[in-house]
Design a binder for this molecule. Structure first.
Ligand code: G4P
Length: 529
């Protein structure tokens, strides 16, 4: 008997890992795969494989040169009797639109902190996005095998900086760098840490009785007990209700490199992360899980494979059973879309996917007309809410180097805009001649230039502008703003008018002097960058 979508959804856990670069996201991802049985070879294979793939593709060349990951990937593996979908976010230093969109497809996130560094700028920014989406957040304090900060101080920092109550589920015995093990606050059991060589195998987990541990761990034990009493007195206990409401964050201590604490974290993902729930449509009506297939596109990527020059749309399934080969309707155009080529995509590696359920991600090849935010459905029409774009903070004028390549330049710019690599803003008087590219982080510009040259055959150059923020406006306000100093009015492909400013101060001044003008904030503007 075919399982129902509701039953399959109940087994799914779909989440993303967020972190500042170097906090250990890649390592933790590898370890999750190891514990999920998806990595049979030694841990580290993910990185090694990624390196090999990158070498074979000009599209990934930039990633290889920089040792970064620009594309995001989706990993699926079984764990206990569940199916875990790990949406990997791009790992580069700049925040990009991509990350934002990936989080739109996740039901929760795991925030990885470096024990020595605590909350770093990128973590804060990513956290802002989670907050906007109301995403429940688990926290993993990583690298406890190395010297780091005081655990109570770290909890305090989480509360102060991101406003979530940190509820430690495990508590470290021994300071960072002299890691002895963790006490599980739910049952009081002590798990001793045994160092394994770079964590090639699962870490041996030795459960030690409290009395024996007290004798063997001595001072470190006493100190942990004192800290635990303090925690008990401030009632910082795991609370699934406030976790789901994104008010508290269950916190774990460990070391991804040596595998310690990874299993407890993965168990928590399965036990605490909510299963995919009926998704609200644009009118706020939930689409039942057992309704016919539906999903929304959260990412579009062209030319991932240079030998195919194709275009893949990543769809998060929201209801029903997806079967490869089914012909679904593309919401915005009403056209049929054949899903003969459905893949599970991991970097450059693809596997044909035959069926999928709510919470799963399907990569649809040949998605020429499909855009980020579009809905796809079978039988019963549905429109899911648009994924808002992030507020850009960098603006550069793009020009083609060789005017004979203008056609290619124009096509490339349009493609990059559709994929959301950069936002393309035009001056209605100049059209496509000198579009302004807008991005959240400057790395997006490098990617755009690289792709314009290598994929579209249109080498281009960028001149930075002094604009730093944009506000949404309307026609009548735009007419008044055009004559003002320090403002530029540009238009997005969807017709939205944006007013660009050099500083927050200038916007505020204009707002005071001209309260009649529409100067609407874009999503997440003003977050720490
Ligand atoms: P990222 O994806 O968040 O950028 O971080 P990544 O996992 O690549 O980890 C960054 C560095 O931190 C790596 O070292 C990794 O080995 C190390 N690391 C990750 N988790 C732990 C941990 O629990 N303990 C310790 N001590 N180190 C950890 P690297 O030298 O940059 O790379 P590699 O040569 O080890 O691969």
């Amino acid at each position: 008997m075919t399982p129902t979508p509701t039953a399959e959804a109940a087994r799914r856990r779909t989440f993303a890992i967020i972190s500042h670069p170097d906090a250990g996201k890649t390592t933790l991802t590898e370890k999750f795969l190891l514990y999920g049985g998806a990595l049979t070879a030694e841990a580290g294979a993910v990185k090694a494989r990624a390196g090999r793939r990158a070498a074979t593709s000009d599209w990934m060349e930039l990633e290889r040169q920089r040792g970064i990951s620009i594309t995001s990937t989706v990993l699926q593996f079984p764990y206990r009797d569940h199916v875990v979908n790990l949406l990997d976010t791009p790992g580069h230093r700049d925040f990009s639109e991509d990350t934002y969109r990936v989080l739109a497809a996740a039901d929760a996130a795991v925030m990885v902190l470096d024990a020595a560094k605590g909350i770093e700028p990128q973590t804060l920014k990513l956290f802002d996005v989670c907050r906007q989406r109301g995403l429940p957040l688990l926290t993993f304090v990583n690298k406890w095998d190395r010297p780091g900060r005081d655990p109570l101080e770290l909890l305090d920092e989480i509360e102060q900086q991101i406003g979530l109550v940190a509820t430690p589920v495990t508590w470290p015995v021994g300071i960072a760098g002299d890691f002895r093990g963790v006490i599980d606050r739910r049952d009081g059991l002590y798990t001793r840490f045994t160092r394994v060589s770079r964590g090639a195998t699962e870490a041996p987990e030795e459960l030690v009785e409290a009395e024996r541990a007290a004798g063997e761990e001595g001072e470190a034990w006493d100190r942990a007990r004192e800290e635990l009493e303090l925690l008990d007195s401030v009632a910082a206990d795991l609370d699934p209700k406030t976790f789901l409401a994104a008010e508290s964050t269950p916190t774990f201590f460990g070391s991804a490199l040596t595998n310690f604490g990874v299993r407890k974290l993965l168990d928590a993902v399965v036990d605490l992360v909510p299963a995919p729930a009926p998704r609200l449509d644009a009118d706020g009506t939930p689409r039942p899980l057992d309704a016919p297939f539906s999903g929304f596109v959260f990412k579009v990527q062209a030319n991932m494979d240079p030998s195919h020059r194709d275009r893949i749309a990543f769809v998060r399934v929201c209801s029903g059973r997806f079967e490869r080969g089914m012909v679904v309707t593309h919401g915005p155009t009403g056209k049929p879309f054949a899903t003969k080529y459905a893949h599970q995509v991991f970097g450059q590696e693809r596997e044909t996917i035959d069926e999928a359920y709510p919470g799963d991600v399907v990569g649809l090849v040949n998605a020429t007309e499909v855009r980020v935010g579009d809905s796809l459905f079978l039988d019963e029409p549905v429109t899911f809410p648009a994924i808002p774009s992030f507020a850009p903070e960098h603006f550069s004028v793009a020009r083609v180097r060789d005017t004979g390549r203008f056609k290619q330049f124009r096509r490339g710019i349009a493609q990059l805009d559709e994929e959301g690599v950069v936002q393309v803003l035009r001056d209605p008087d100049l059209g496509d001649q000198e579009p302004v590219l807008a991005a959240v982080g400057p790395m997006q510009f490098d990617v755009a230039l690289h792709r314009l040259e290598h994929e579209f055959g249109a080498p281009a150059e960028l001149s930075p502008t002094s604009f730093r923020l944009a506000r949404r406006t309307n026609r009548s306000s735009a007419d008044s703003l055009r004559g003002m100093r320090g403002v530029r009015i540009l238009e997005r492909a969807d017709g939205t008018l944006l007013a660009l400013f050099e500083s927050q101060y200038w916007v505020e001044r204009l707002e005071q002097e001209h309260p009649e003008l529409l100067l609407e904030r874009l999503v997440a503007e003003g977050s720490v960058g």
